[in-house]
Write a protein that binds this ligand. Sequence first.
Ligand code: ME8
Length: 516
Amino acid sequence: MNKSYYVTTPIYYVNDAPHIGHAYTTLACDALARFKRLDGYDVHFLTGTDEHGQKVEKSAEAAGIDPQEFTNKVSQNFRDLADFMSFTHSDFIRTTEERHKKACQDIWHRLEASGDIYLGSYAGWYAVRDEAFYGEDELKKGPDGTKIASTGAPVEWVEEPSYFFRLSNWGERLLAFYDENPDFILPKTRRNEVISFVKGGLMDLSISRTTFNWGVSVPGDDQHIMYVWLDALTNYMTAVGFPDTEADLYKKFWPADLHMVGKDILRFHAVYWPAFVLSAGLPTPKRVFAHGWWTNEGEKISKSLGNVIDPIELVNSYGLDQVRYFLLREVPFGNDGDFSRRAIVGRMNSDLANDYGNLAQRVLSMVHKNCDGVLPEPGLFSDADQVLLSAAKDALANVRAKMDVQAFHEALEAVWVVIRQSNGYVDAQAPWKLKKEDPARMNTVLYTLAETIRHLAILTQPFMPDASARILDQLSVPEDSRSFAAIENGKMLVAGAEMPKPEGVFPRYVEDECDS
Ligand code: ME8
């Protein structure tokens, strides 16, 4: 196998319990990882936790426990969530692991060797919540009159000795890099924001702190610990074996194909990270995609508002495939989105139960009842049959083109075009009438539909793995014939195959249970 694909999620801070926002980013990567595997790629899918820095140290202090013990506990919550959501990550990295310390120290040496690190002192604003330095011009007045960052995070004045990274030297080279790699930052609107930020001039970046201890020591100067973002970003290389650039994983998967992030942390990934990697003389990642922000019934999600959406509760209420489908279908990926119970129930009942579920259920039930549970032999395909069969076959290319730019909502829409077309075909062909009038034609129609549903279920696997597998089981498609190669090899369903009694895969959500 020679096609490889490396996708990463942000590593999440362990200061808090995981919520829907974290589940969303990892879900998007999971759908992509599953898609690429089905498309014949060897995939490395990384997620994990960001465990150093002042924010985590403060949370541990507040919890009254030692930071390592604290991070062990909270990191496990993220791992449990990933398991609960059946994510298919290849590795779960923790920045407190030994392998990561080695990688951080190595990258530091490389930046130093490039002449990009110098010792100075930092006097300025710092927001612990964002773990970010802010210029005076980036601050505004908060409700109580104190200064806050544009993100709303409180800031504090910091004065301390610090090592700096000569980011100011990298502006032109970054602009040239964005120019040469027009798809490095997606969506395009975000790319424009980053470019204008860089054009506005870059200041050198403080990359070490001395006023707390919870982090990786600066090599050769253990008075300093590395800035948590330099530490955190390096995780993407640690996980593929860096600093051993001869490691199999590194050779196979670096540079990463995609860093998936929320829009809040784009600057770190699209400005600082490529500057560090270029300065270290290493190949740059291929893409950073910044998705939008979820709100809850129109309100910002926050602990203080008490409206944090727990993904576990959501899955327990609506089902895992349903939640996966909703999150990836409801909002154009990249845009902000509002979560509402009414919207998820709407999607479950219309797209899943009425469109997809009903199609599979009525076709498979007819095969079961009218053809003795055996897939019938088709006769000659009519024009209408051929139109539907080729729409089903073409859907893969359409979905692939959308997945290549992380347009999950459009990938799903491309599948739904064929689902709706299939339902129109069922109505027009009325196979239930053909049983008496023209059973041979009924067989051809049911075969055409079963073959179309096979394509649909193969394509929906990355989004709704369980439901798709159940549909494929009901069509008696063998496990080893469920990848995209099974669409492209031109082999159709084998007539005469026994089909088990069908069961509904997408139940309707009963309205009076809806608590919206
Ligand atoms: O920033 N809507 O970690 P973090 C959508 N450790 N996505 C959301 C969201 C919301 N309301 N809330 C959070 C960090 N996210 C750093 C990252 S990477 C080298 C270091 C998601 O725990 C989104 O992906 O604050 C966002 O970028 C991420 O969680 C922030 O997670």
